[in-house]
Write a protein that binds this ligand. Structure first.
Ligand code: ATP
Length: 866
C-alpha cells in the first residue's frame, strides 16, 4: 500500500502518472479503463423477476390463491384458472409499474449526481464525479465534496470536514507539506479523502484512489441499496387502508356466515367472501401514489426542478413561506460593472480611463483579488468576480497578463460570514495585500485613504463621503464592493487580523438586473397564498430596491438587516418575522432562525441556499432548495430539491406541480374508493333484501384487478391545471380523507350502487339469477369506467373541453369497455365468467344505466359547488 502522504508532490505525480505533466486525454481514457468508474458498488438491485415474485407477497393475493385452490378442490377448475390468470395479469401490471417508477427515480438520481472540477488539457472543466480517474488533478473550494482520495497539490487555507470517515466533526486544517513516519488517517493532513467536504478555503489535489479503492470504499465494502422511504401521504393511506381492511374483513366474515346459513356451500360462500374483500379493499392506494409521484418528479425535472426527496413533492403543495436568495435566484446573476469610484469621483464604466493611474490600479487590484477566469468566452467562477475581469477585457487588459505580472503569494478566501476576500501579490518587488468586500465591513477596517498620489489617514468626513456614495449606488439597486490594500512587511501566510489598518482605494458598483420572470412569479406566489421573502447577503438598500421592483416588498419598513434579529429572543422573533419581507446582510445562522420562527408559527417553509454554510438551514427547512448551477455540492446534498436553472420562478412552478400531483392522487383515490363502495352497497342491499348474490367472485376480481387499475393510474396522470394556484396552501397535517372528501365518495358510490341494483332487478324480473348477475356485473364494470371522467375535477366538466384532455383516461376507458363487452358478448367466455347472453336491448340497458352516472354525479358536483 502506497503511503502518498510520505511523498512530495513530485514523487506522488511520478508514482501515479509516471510524469510531472497533467494526464493527456489519451492517458485519461487508459486510466479510466484500467481503474474503472469512481463509484461505490451498490448492493445488488432487485431483478425484475424478484419484483414480480414480490407481487405475490400481498396478503390479499395469498388469500386469492387459497381461494383458487379451494375452488379447484371443489371441482370448479374454471374459477380456479380464472383467479390464477387474473392474479398473474395483476402481478404483471404491478411489476411494470414498479419497474417504471424505479427507473424514473434512478434517472432522477443520476441527474442530481455529484460533479467535480478537474484540470484537463490545461483547462478546468466540470465533469460527473464518476468519470474521475487516478492521476486527475481536481480543484476544491468551500462547499465541494471531495470526490476521491488524493494528495494535496495546492493549499489555500483548506479546511475539510472528515467526520464521515473519522467521526471528528471539527474541520481539519490541511497542508501540502510531506509527512514523515507513519500516521493515522486523521493526521494525514496533506491528503484528502472521498466522502469528506471542504468547509473553507481552496486547493487542488492529485487523485490517488477512486471508487472502492478509497478509504470510504474500504469501510463501506458493500453499500446497501438505500431503503425506500415512504412519504407522509403513503403512510397516511397505509394506515387508512389497514383500518378499512379490518372493517371489510369483519363484514365479509359476517356475510360468509349469512350465506352459509342460507344454504350456500361453504366453498362457494368462502369464495364469494374473498372476492368481496378483494373488491372492497383498496390495496392499490399506496402504489398509485408512488406511480403518480414518480411521474410528477419526471415532469418537474423537465421543468428544471430535480426532486431529491420524494416527500418534497407532497410538501410543496403545503408550502406557505418561500425564502429566496436574491443574487442569481431572483436576479439574473449576470453582473456588469456600472461605475468606478476612485479619488472621490464617480466614473461611469464607459468613461473609465486606464491611462489614469488610480483607475488602472483599481482595475488591476480587482483582477488580482479575484478567482474567476474567462477563457475564450467560457466564464468560470463567481459572476461578481467575472464582471470585474470582463471590464478589463473590454478595456484591452488581459486577465492572465496582470496575474502573471503580479503573482499571488497567499490568500484568505471569500466567505459569506466575513464578507471579505484578501490576496497577497508580489508587485514590483513588494508584497501587497489586496482586500475586497462589503463596503460596511471594510469601512470599519480602514485607517488610511489614497487620494491622488498620496496616502493619508482616513477622516470621518472621508468615511461619510464613501458611505454616501455607497447609499446612492445601492438605492439604484446596484451591488457595491469596496477595495483596499496595504503593504506587507514579511513573507508569511495571512491571518484574519491582517485585514485591518487598510488603505481605502475605491468602490466598484455592479448591476444585477432582476430576472424577467421574477415579478410574475412573485405575483403568482402571493395569489397562491404563499409569502415570498428575500434573504440576501447584500446591502439592505440594494436588496430593498430590487425587492420593490419585483413586488416582494411594498414599503421600506418591511426590510431589515440580519443583525437586527440577533437581539431578539426566539419568541420575539416570531412576531417580528410577520412584518418583514426582506432580510439583508444575513448570515447562514440567521437563515436557520428565520425558518424556525415561521415553522413554529405552523408554516411549511421552503428556503433556498447555495453555500456550504447554508446546508443546516436547508436541512431545517421543510423544502430545502439548492442551486444547480452556482450551488455547492454540500448544499445540493442537504436539499430536497435542486433547481437546474437557479430560478425563483422554477420554485413557483414546482409548487404548482406539487399541488397538481396531490390533486391527481386525490382523484385516483376518489375513483377507487367510490367504485368499491358502490359494489359493497349493491351486495349489502341484495343480502338485506334476501335477493341472490349479485356478483360471482370472478366478476369482482375482473373489475378490481383488471378494468379498474388503468383508469386509476390515468387519473393520476391528469394534465396539470393553473387553477390550483388560486387556492390557499393545503394544511400539512390535513388528512387526505377529509369529511368532505368522504361524503363525496359516499354519494358517488351510492349512485354507482343504485344503478347497479336497478340493472340487477331488471334482470331478475323473470327470476333468472344468472341474467340478473350478468346485468349487474356489466353495469358496475361500465359505471366505474364512466366514473373515471367524474373524478377528473371537483367541478362539473361534462360539456367542457377538459372532459377530453386526458388521453390515458380515454384509452383506459375504451380498453375497459372492449374487455367488458367481449366478456358479455363472446359466447365462448360465458361459462368462464359466469354470465349469460344478453339481448341487444339488455346490453343497451346496461350501458344506459352505467352512463347515467355521468349526468347524476356531474349534477351532484353543481349542487356541491353552489
Ligand atoms: P445572496 O445571499 O442573495 O446570494 P450575495 O451574493 O450578496 O446575495 P453573499 O455571497 O453571501 O451574498 O455575499 C455577501 C456580501 O459579500 C456581498 O454583498 C458583497 O458585499 C460581498 N461579496 C460577495 N462576493 C464577494 C467576493 N467574491 N469577494 C469579496 N466580497 C464579496
Amino acid at each position: 500500500m502506497d503511503k502518498f502522504y510520505q511523498l512530495s508532490k513530485e514523487e506522488t505525480r511520478k508514482k501515479v502518472n509516471g510524469q510531472q505533466e497533467p494526464l493527456t486525454d489519451q492517458q485519461v481514457r487508459e486510466h479510466q479503463e484500467k481503474y474503472g468508474k469512481n463509484e461505490l458498488v451498490e448492493g445488488k438491485k432487485k431483478s425484475t423477476f424478484q419484483i414480480f415474485l414480490e407481487q405475490y407477497k400481498d396478503f390479499l393475493v395469498i388469500i386469492l390463491i387459497a381461494a383458487a385452490i379451494v375452488s379447484g378442490f371443489l371441482g370448479d377448475a374454471e374459477s380456479a384458472i380464472v383467479i390464477l390468470v387474473v392474479i398473474t395479469m395483476n402481478a404483471i401490471l404491478g411489476t411494470v409499474q414498479t419497474v417504471k417508477a424505479e427507473q424514473s427515480l434512478s434517472s432522477l438520481k443520476k441527474l442530481s449526481g455529484p460533479t467535480a472540477k478537474v484540470l484537463r488539457n490545461g483547462n478546468v472543466i466540470q465533469i460527473p464525479s464518476v468519470e474521475l480517474t487516478v492521476g486527475d488533478e481536481v480543484m476544491l473550494e468551500a462547499g465541494d465534496y471531495v470526490p476521491a482520495d488524493g494528495r494535496i497539490l495546492q493549499n489555500a487555507s483548506l479546511k475539510i470536514d472528515e467526520s464521515a470517515l473519522t467521526g471528528e466533526s471539527l474541520g481539519v486544517e490541511k497542508s501540502d507539506e510531506v509527512i514523515s513516519g507513519e500516521v493515522p488517517l486523521g493526521d494525514q493532513t496533506n491528503m484528502v479523502f472521498s466522502g469528506s467536504f471542504v468547509t473553507y478555503g481552496r486547493g487542488s489535489f492529485l487523485v490517488t484512489g477512486i471508487g472502492m479503492e478509497t478509504e470510504v470504499g474500504k469501510i463501506a465494502t458493500l453499500l446497501k441499496t438505500t431503503s425506500e422511504k415512504r412519504t407522509p401521504l403513503q403512510i397516511n393511506l397505509d394506515q387508512f387502508g389497514q383500518k378499512l381492511s379490518i372493517i371489510i374483513l369483519i363484514f365479509c366474515g359476517i356475510l360468509f356466515g349469512i350465506n352459509v346459513f342460507r344454504g350456500d356451500s361453504i366453498g362457494d360462500a368462502f369464495l364469494f367472501a374473498v372476492a368481496l374483500a378483494v373488491a372492497a379493499i383498496p390495496e392499490a392506494l399506496s402504489s398509485i401514489v408512488t406511480i403518480v409521484l414518480s411521474f410528477g418528479t419526471q415532469k418537474m425535472a423537465k421543468e428544471h426542478a430535480i426532486i431529491r426527496k420524494l416527500q418534497a413533492v407532497e410538501g410543496l403543495g403545503s408550502v406557505s413561506i418561500i425564502c429566496s436568495d436574491k443574487t442569481g435566484t431572483l436576479t439574473q446573476n449576470k453582473m456588469t460593472v456600472e461605475d468606478y469610484y476612485v479619488n472621490e469621483k464617480r466614473i461611469p464604466a464607459a468613461e473609465i480611463d486606464i491611462q489614469k493611474k488610480e483607475q488602472r490600479q483599481l482595475l488591476d487590484y480587482s483582477i488580482l483579488c479575484n478567482d474567476s477566469t474567462n477563457v475564450d468566452g467560457m466564464e468560470i467562477g463567481d459572476p461578481t468576480e467575472t464582471a470585474l475581469i470582463n471590464i478589463g477585457t473590454r478595456l484591452g487588459v488581459g486577465t492572465m497578463d496582470v496575474r502573471e505580472a503580479y503573482p499571488r503569494k497567499t490568500e484568505i478566501p471569500f466567505d459569506s460570514d466575513r464578507k471579505l476576500m484578501s490576496t497577497v501579490n508580489e508587485m514590483d518587488g513588494e508584497r501587497v495585500m489586496i482586500t475586497k468586500g462589503a463596503v460596511d465591513v471594510l469601512l470599519n477596517r480602514m485607517a488610511y485613504i489614497q487620494k491622488g498620489d498620496g496616502v493619508c489617514p482616513i477622516t470621518d468626513a472621508d468615511k461619510a463621503a464613501i458611505e454616501a456614495q455607497n447609499q446612492e449606488f445601492s438605492r439604484g439597486g446596484l451591488r457595491v464592493l469596496a477595495f483596499a490594500y496595504k503593504k506587507m512587511e514579511d513573507e508569511r501566510d495571512l491571518c484574519l487580523e491582517d485585514e485591518n489598518d487598510l488603505i481605502f482605494l475605491g468602490l466598484i458598483s455592479m448591476m444585477d438586473p432582476p430576472r424577467v420572470e421574477s415579478a410574475d412569479a412573485v405575483a403568482e406566489c402571493i395569489r397562491a397564498g404563499i409569502k415570498p421573502i428575500m434573504i440576501t447577503g447584500d446591502h439592505k438598500v440594494t436588496a430593498a430596491a430590487i425587492a420593490k421592483r419585483i413586488g416582494i416588498l411594498k414599503d421600506e419598513s418591511e426590510a431589515c438587516e440580519g443583525a437586527e434579529i440577533d437581539n431578539l429572543s426566539d419568541e420575539e422573533l416570531k412576531d417580528f418575522v410577520e412584518h418583514v419581507s426582506v432580510y439583508a446582510r444575513v448570515s447562514p445562522e440567521h437563515k436557520i432562525r428565520i425558518v424556525r420562527a415561521w415553522q413554529e408559527k405552523g408554516n411549511i417553509v421552503s428556503m433556498t441556499g447555495d453555500g456550504v454554510n447554508d446546508a443546516p438551514a436547508l436541512k431545517q427547512a421543510d423544502i430545502g432548495v439548492a442551486m444547480g448551477i452556482t450551488g455547492s455540492e454540500v448544499s445540493k446534498d442537504a436539499a430536497s430539491m435542486v433547481l437546474t436553472d437557479d430560478n425563483f420562478a422554477t420554485i413557483i412552478k414546482a409548487v404548482e406541480n406539487g399541488r397538481n400531483v396531490y390533486k391527481n392522487i386525490k382523484g385516483s383515490i376518489q375513483f377507487l374508493l367510490s367504485g368499491n363502495f358502490g359494489a359493497i352497497l349493491a351486495v349489502l342491499y341484495a343480502s338485506i333484501a334476501g335477493l341472490p348474490v349479485p356478483f360471482a367472485p370472478v366478476h369482482l376480481l375482473f373489475i378490481n384487478l383488471l378494468t379498474d387499475s388503468l383508469p386509476a393510474i390515468a387519473l393520476g396522470l391528469e394534465p396539470h391545471t393553473k387553477d390550483v394556484m388560486n387556492e390557499k396552501p393545503r394544511p400539512m397535517n390535513e388528512s387526505i380523507l377529509t369529511k368532505d372528501f368522504l361524503i363525496k365518495i359516499a354519494t358517488e358510490g351510492l349512485s354507482i350502487g343504485v344503478t347497479t341494483m336497478i340493472a340487477f332487478l331488471i334482470g331478475f324480473k323473470g327470476g333468472d339469477a344468472v341474467l340478473a348477475s350478468t346485468m349487474a356485473f356489466g353495469t358496475l364494470c361500465t359505471a366505474r369506467l364512466v366514473h373515471g371522467f367524474n373524478c377528473k375535477s371537483d367541478r362539473p366538466v361534462l360539456f367542457k373541453k377538459k372532459m377530453w384532455n386526458n388521453i390515458y383516461l380515454i384509452g383506459a376507458f375504451l380498453l375497459g369497455l372492449v374487455l367488458i363487452t367481449s366478456v358479455l358478448m363472446i359466447p365462448a367466455l360465458h361459462s368462464v365468467f359466469k354470465v349469460s347472453t344478453l339481448t341487444i336491448q339488455q346490453l343497451l340497458i346496461v350501458y344506459g344505466l352505467a352512463a347515467a352516472n355521468l349526468p347524476i354525479i356531474q349534477l351532484l358536483k353543481c349542487f356541491r359547488k353552489k
